[in-house]
Design a protein around this ligand. Structure first.
Ligand code: AMP
Length: 457
């Protein structure tokens, strides 16, 4: 199905052609027609599937065709909330790229930098505002930003926003935006409390589930290395020597260890930088940009950038430590193998981490091939931990690291036309949420102030 069938206007189609996009991805096919019509969306999908364009393209189109004079474009009409600073910047950049032939203004606000540097749109006006929830509510207190013109709200990576303790900030945003609006809700997972929250804020949403495994996992060659914790660095240096690693994103769970490892890599002449929540915003941005622009070979990071971040031609993701939550594994490895490229995801697993490994395999219903023929494998330490999954499947996986196309060959329904009764029902249902109604409650203890703006550590 070509982009033409999605009813996108010519300047947007031109941008897509320039970007080399020939066909919409499944999530784009399934959501764009509905978003253009103003419907609410609830989507279970990760980044890496073309999700940003799925919401950005129709939002840009819906805004531009209103042809409002500049005087009526002083306050945002589209508000996009993102859990982390890095993702917010990336979404903002996507809006700028996709909207380059449109006369629309986008801005981004996030913590860690001076507020005054970010609010220059107060004078120039803004159509699309991308924000992290903490910084947004901070700016709202100043009383200059008004959200009463917001027509469309996007909650991206909603589960991560909950996890980071942004619930109160989200409540404040809901109080400030109009009840009559379009809401696009994306979450990588949909546990019951998330589904309940979504039910509260959405009106007859279109549900879109994009199987993450079928998109992310098959084109990434995965391997797990059994290795004792104290041998992990030696193994890492060995792999850097042996494997053709063009660029690697190394995930490590401890911030201090991230700095130490970075220093050791640099001492060996391997250009590296660290990115974690204890770094200033400026050095976080510098590290990410240097990595994206290939000025450095290795970025050592904590989970703060496990989601959403798009780095072109990232050949390797290395889990120096396994993530504490099994959900994070797919997010992390999804940084490689993006947009159809081939990628490798290597995970180091110490004896103490085997439980985490099994949880990852259980959650994602796949077995990760184990590599034991490396110089730091101590058989006696891992003997009791024979893999429980079936060996032939593993073999097949490792022997066939075939690159699959970004768009899996699955059947997905053509967008349905809303029936008369659907429309009637939708109109009847009130989207009014009473001001005093508590929409969300934090199910987790609110993190320290430092943890706001996505510095989840
Ligand atoms: P996202 O899931 O939005 O982070 O997108 C992942 C990557 O896919 C980004 O590098 C996009 O530029 C790219 N992308 C998005 N849509 C398409 C498409 N229709 N065809 C090819 N690449 C795409």
């Amino acid at each position: 199905m070509p982009f033409e069938r999605l009813n996108l206007i010519e300047p947007i189609r031109r941008t897509l052609a320039e970007a080399g996009y020939t066909e919409p991805t499944p999530i784009q096919k399934q959501t764009i027609p509905y978003i253009l019509k103003g419907r609410d969306i609830i989507g279970c999908s990760q980044t890496g599937t073309g999700k940003t364009a799925a919401f950005a393209l129709p939002i840009l189109q819906n805004l531009v065709i209103q042809k409002l004079p500049d005087t009526e474009r002083m306050q945002p009409r589209a508000l996009v909330l993102s859990p982390t600073r890095e993702l917010a910047i990336q979404i903002y950049e996507s809006f700028v790229t996709y909207g380059k032939h449109l006369n629309l203004k986008a801005a981004v606000v996030y913590g860690g930098v001076a507020k005054f540097e970010q609010v220059n749109f107060y004078d120039t006006g803004v159509d699309i505002l991308v924000a992290t929830p903490g910084r947004l509510t901070d700016i709202m207190k100043d009383g200059v930003l008004k959200l009463d013109k917001v027509q469309v709200l996007v909650l991206d990576e909603a589960d991560k926003m909950f996890e980071l303790g942004f619930a109160e900030d989200l409540n404040k945003v809901f109080q400030a935006i109009p009840y009559e609006r379009q809401t696009l809700f994306f979450s990588a997972s949909m546990p019951p409390d998330m589904a309940k929250f979504a039910e509260n804020i959405l009106v007859l949403p279109i549900r879109v589930d994009i199987e993450t495994n079928s998109i992310t996992a098959p084109k990434i060659r995965q391997a797990v290395y059994f290795v004792n914790q104290h041998d992990k660095k030696k193994l890492l240096f060995h792999l850097i020597d042996e494997e053709e690693i063009e660029s690697a994103l190394i995930f490590i769970n401890n911030k201090k260890e991230a700095d130490i490892l970075t220093a050791q890599l640099n001492a060996k002449g391997i250009k590296s930088m660290a990115l974690h929540g204890k770094k200033s915003q400026m050095s976080r941005e510098k590290a990410l940009n240097n990595f994206k622009e290939k000025h450095i070979k290795i970025l050592v990071a904590t989970d703060v950038i496990s989601r959403g971040i798009d780095v072109e031609n990232l050949s390797h993701v290395i889990n120096f430590d396994l993530p504490s939550s099994p959900e994070s594994y797919l997010h992390r490895i999804g940084r490689t193998g993006r947009a159809g490229a081939r990628g490798f995801a290597f995970s180091f697993c110490s004896k103490a981490e085997i439980k985490s490994l099994r949880k990852i395999e259980e959650l994602h219903s796949f077995s990760i091939p184990v590599v034991t023929n490396h110089p730091f494998y101590r058989r006696s330490d891992f003997e009791d931990n024979k893999p429980t999954y079936n060996q032939p499947k593993r073999k097949q996986q490792i022997e066939e690291p075939e690159m699959l196309p970004m768009i899996p060959n699955v059947a997905y329904p053509e967008p349905q036309i809303e029936s008369e009764s659907d429309i009637e029902n939708r109109k009847k249902r009130s989207r009014i949420v009473k001001k005093d109604q508590v929409l969300i409650t934090n199910n987790k203890k609110k993190k320290e102030t430092d943890n706001k703006e996505g510095v989840k550590e």
